[in-house]
Write a protein that binds this ligand. Structure first.
Ligand code: GRF
Length: 231
């Protein structure tokens, strides 16, 4: 939380369409997130539509090209990647920017880069991510038990929506969780289940998941704002 004012300043990191960024913008403009402001939007893709959304709302937005260490391996077998302990040059630049803009909470809203432990240490318990699959409460483990008692595998990394379809499960969902050095394995802040329908494609299912995510990300930010309020 910024010391000069009591607002919670968000740094929203994106790589794509930015519909979750838009959900936060809309909630702020609709007075649903009092005391929350977007301090900076960062995209690692120059053509991310989310950058246009940010600029349309006159938010500071920057394109920061980044090269992923472990390129290629990162999302294929996320569980087998050794978390990086040192910061890359990109992450040092990102850290400097987030500090310069006095960011309190970093929101990964479709950010397609793994962050090192060293980066995360700069923002302890202050980096959250939206993941389009269901994670257990503490984020770890390989199964999730749904509300109706069904056990389903935990899908991490890239193409989590397709992974759920390929596994033939009937329920999936999205969650907002704290980011830890292990990919998609941090404690869950909030989540919701979504039924998989006959004939769903990755696209149709992801669209329905995003509707849920737009609500979840606002709820998570609101909850963290309240938690950070003094006294
Ligand atoms: C979301 O579905 C989120 O779960 C995943 O990336 C997607 C980003 O979508 N991490 P958008 O750019 O916010 O539309």
């Amino acid at each position: 939380m910024s010391s000069q004012n009591l607002s919670l300043r968000l740094g929203v990191l994106i790589s794509g369409s930015g519909s979750n960024l838009q959900a936060i913008i809309d909630a702020i403009e609709d007075y649903q997130l009092p005391g929350v402001e977007i301090a900076l939007v960062v995209s690692n893709k120059a053509d991310a539509y989310g950058l246009q959304r940010a600029l349309k709302h006159r938010l500071p937005a920057i394109y920061l090209p980044s090269k992923q260490r472990n390129e290629g391996a990162q999302f294929i077998a996320p569980n087998f990647i050794t978390p990086e302990s040192t910061m890359s040059e990109n992450e040092s630049q990102l850290t400097a920017l987030l500090h310069l803009f006095q960011v309190d909470l970093v929101v990964l809203a479709g950010w397609m880069r793994i962050l090192s432990a060293a980066f995360l240490e700069q923002f302890p318990q202050r980096v959250i991510n939206i993941h389009p699959a269901l994670l257990p409460d503490n984020g770890t483990g390989s199964t999730f038990t749904s509300r109706n008692g069904t056990q389903i595998p935990v899908f991490r990394g890239l193409h989590a929506v397709q992974q759920a379809l390929d596994a033939g499960v009937k329920i999936t969902g999205s969650c907002v969780h704290f980011v830890t050095p292990e990919v998609d394995a941090g404690p869950v802040i909030c989540r919701d289940e979504v039924a998989i329908e006959e004939g769903d494609s990755e696209e149709t299912l992801h669209e329905r998941l995003k509707v849920v995510e737009h609500r979840l990300i606002v709820k998570a930010v609101r909850g963290l704002k309240v938690l950070n309020e003094p006294g």
